[in-house]
Ligand binder design. Structure first.
Ligand SMILES: [Zn+2]
Length: 112
């Protein structure tokens, strides 16, 4: 994987570790917002975007989403890294909040 990934909100290029740190900060903020105890792990999945382990309170995010080209390939469109990742994390945290892997009507605003 390339070591330079997406741009931050002000257009600066981010290294992979910077991007991971930002995602971790974002995740911590969202956990507070949703009042959920969870931890975040990065994994390199081929096609999967993210995974939630309900009992262990773990969200696994495909680290390839932090790479612009890989993200485009995975989701089929261009979308800013943190915008997309925030939506994914919110989605997974709703699963944790509701303690279900299903998508009850009205519980999820938009599916990824
Ligand atoms: Zn889901």
């Amino acid at each position: 994987m390339r070591m330079v990934t997406g741009e931050d909100m002000s257009g600066r290029l981010l290294s992979l570790s910077d991007a991971q740190r930002r995602v971790e900060e974002l995740f911590a903020r969202l956990c507070e917002e949703y009042d959920v105890e969870a931890s975040l792990e990065f994994r390199a999945y081929k096609r999967r975007i993210a995974l939630v382990l309900l009992r262990r309170g773990i969200v696994r995010l495909n680290v390839r989403l932090l790479d612009d080209a890989a993200r485009r390939d995975l989701i089929g469109r261009d979308e800013p890294c943190l915008v997309f990742v925030e939506r994914v994390l919110r989605h997974e945290l709703v699963h944790l909040k509701l303690r279900t892997v299903y998508h009850p009507p009205g519980s999820f605003q938009t599916l990824v």
